[in-house]
Design a protein around this ligand. Structure first.
Ligand code: ATP
Length: 228
């Protein structure tokens, strides 16, 4: 796939941690509304690639362009604002705020973007319903199951209707049945809202929910479209 029409493009990305090269000239691109699985062995550079694409980690060299804009040309504040308004995130563990109810957790990204409490919570309630966890809205994250918590996290990641959802092993802590359900709900919701999804996983059954697979090995990314 060529980067033409791509929403997000990483080119020749390099990143080392001390003497350890995590990325060694990785290329990646994703179109609007596309779900791309980033696969590869442990330590191959998948999470580092995701962090560079999301502007969380600054690559040593190479470029990341989002919607025609070079991320490194934005000041820190601009990158943070972009992450808040255009990107969504869901990780394997612990991203919910323990002191807040599930409803307040899902409403939080909207509140941070300036939405008032009532409309933010009304939208959050809709997303909890969509992820089939309406019943836990008044509970705190410590009082819900792992699968329920992950659905709440997916609801929170999509409530701002991001254009790119970054998901790093989103079902890594779940049993296979719960994992499949979360993936189904996540990809259905992303496709409905036309969010592109960068999905890091090492599990083939999770990658099966994607449109395309990219394999990262020794810090280099390879599109499997021409290989499979
Ligand atoms: N913050 C960091 N400090 C030092 N080394 C790091 C850091 N983050 C990643 N690395 C190293 O960079 C390399 C790539 O790590 P990364 O987490 O991107 O791989 P991964 O493919 O996501 O692995 P996994 O599947 O195990 O999560 C590894 O050798 C890792 O030890």
């Amino acid at each position: 796939m060529t980067p033409a029409g791509s929403l997000l493009i990483g080119s020749a990305l390099r990143k080392s941690y001390g003497p350890t090269p995590a990325l060694d000239g990785a290329d990646f691109s994703i179109h609007p509304a596309e779900v791309v699985a980033v696969m590869g062995p442990s330590g191959s550079g998948k999470s580092t690639l995701l962090h560079c694409l999301a502007g969380i980690v600054q690559p040593d060299s190479g470029s990341v362009r989002y919607n025609g804009r070079e991320l490194s040309s934005l000041p820190d504040r601009g990158r943070s604002a972009l992450r808040r308004s255009e990107f969504g995130f869901v990780f394997q563990f612990g991203q919910l705020v323990p002191e807040l109810t599930c409803l307040e957790n899902v409403a939080l990204p909207l509140r941070l973007c300036g939405t008032g409490r009532k409309p933010a919570e009304a939208q959050a309630a809709e997303w909890l319903e969509r992820l089939e966890v309406d019943d836990v809205r008044g509970k705190r994250p410590g009082e819900v199951s792992g699968g329920q918590g992950q659905r709440v996290a997916v609801a929170r990641s999509l409530v701002t209707r991001p254009r790119v959802l970054f998901a790093d092993e989103p079902t890594g802590a779940l049993d296979s049945l719960n994992g499949e359900r979360v993936m189904q709900l996540l990809t259905d919701a992303a496709r409905d809202t036309r969010a592109a999804v960068v999905l890091v996983t090492h599990e083939a059954r999770v990658a099966a929910y994607s449109d395309r697979e990219v394999v990262v090995r020794d810090g280099k990314a390879r599109d499997m479209a021409g290989v499979l």
